[in-house]
Design a protein. Sequence first.
Lengths: 186, 390
Amino acid sequence: MDDKMIVELYWQRDTKALTETKQKYGKYCRLIAYNILRSDGDAEECENDTYLAAWEAIPPNRPDPLRPFLGKIARNISVKKLVHQNAEKRGGGEAALSLDELSECVSDGDGIEKTIEARELAELINSFLYSISSSERKMFVLRYWYCSSIAEISEMYGYGESRVKMTLKRTRGKLSTYLRKKGVAI
Amino acid sequence: MKNSQFLFEAIGLIDDDMIEEAAPGKKLRSYMKSIWSKWGAVAACLLTVILINSVFIFVYKLGSEPADTQDPAAAMDDYTDASASKYEIYVYGQDVDASVYYPSEEAEKNAPPTQNLSDFYPNAFIYGDADDDPMIGYFASNIDFSDYGFDYEFPQSKLTDTVEFAGVTYDVQYCCGRSVGHFEENDHTVYDAYAIYDHKGEEHNVEFYVNLDGKVVGVNVDCEMTEPTFTDEEGKAIALSYLRDILGDEADEYELYRYYEQGMYHGVYFCNKIDSVMTNDMIYIKLTGDGQLCKYRAQDTGRYAQYEDLLTVEMIDARVLYLTDKLRRLGISTTDFGDLYEPIIVEYCGELYINVRLIPLVRIEQDGKCIGYIQHRTWFFIKIDPDDYK
């Protein structure tokens, strides 16, 4: 079933929308959740929460395409869960590693959100990502959006892990420079 | 909220198009892997290591002689054991078949004495995969190759006790094989090998960079910089006299022009081969305020210019197209110009030129066949009129 028909089912409040979503994008959402949480049980829970959140969000939204819309929901839910878990104990997983890596792009400490809105920062990151090469961009998104592991990215690209690490490191460096040039006090 | 977490959350809001574009093609593959496949891989690795080591020990016991410490290169060969790992190794952008060998603990204890290499302590060696391939590089102990690529070896046998420069022989107090990262190709930093020699003079200490051909390609004089006491023309004459000392008659093939650094010290000159549209033969000379040689660099340049802000990406792109066309007319087709790197504007004879560097390598083809590459630090000069950009 194509995305438009699935979204239409949501608008009609037909619960078949959930089964169709699960069938088409279940694995995708679970992969995102698993990448962040590295737990099958937690990933499954987040996947189900994603369907519920989509049910709440459509309508009024009419996402097209549906996949990134669901992906964002799955990522948000998973990150919240990870933060919750980390409040109790330091969690592992690729998201924690990604956070460590991203800390190279910003200063230690907190308070950046007082100087710039997340949406505004996202726009700058968009501009930056569109300015770099396609392969750099994909690797960056895989690592810091999908929280894919270095090994997984290497396998997808057929590159060595050292090459992936090096590319990501340089992209982080470029992002840091870019944000500073744009006056983001990071 | 921690800054890194805020950044992470902002990344979560990026455009849908990019999320779609990067959507993993091999979903769930890694975490659906069977645990047996992982243990199987571990077992296979262990078995391989045991087998390789067994062969090594067997061969050693059959009568291999210990390292000949009089021949450092041969000694290094024996310094390695047979535990090899495969990595992607790129040499000038070309993937090469190579293996990395790590010295065993025993080998490290019995490491041969190094000659003139007090800080040289590699922790792995790279050999070509073919039987007769020589060692092509090493991982230095203080370099994480995953971040920095790898070093080329500067053969110890090529290190010398003296350096000839501008007709003078300098005694060397210290020297080592080093490498200098100079450009990125396919996300790999590639390194050239140099020997670095220190000479302690009566007035100044001097550092020489010598390439594999034994040519001095760089000189740093440890001296205090002061404002020049000479005019530009006088400085040019002084720089030219140094160039003659260093290159002899070959100096006549070069033109000198002043490097335009507004508000900065002006004792800097570039030397470029005459009538060369495209050249790798760039020389940089820096003079002290009293006209002494301070720096000499073959194929190296500064990076700042007064008019840098005038350039836009579109202007540079347009000039690259012009250059591509010019090369085509010469019967050379070029592909993959890649990124331009740090364009600068230089002044020569009262005219302004864009000086651009192309990265990565440009593949040169003739009649459909690759005849070579324009390598790193390929500089192009294009005359410009600043009025065009106002």
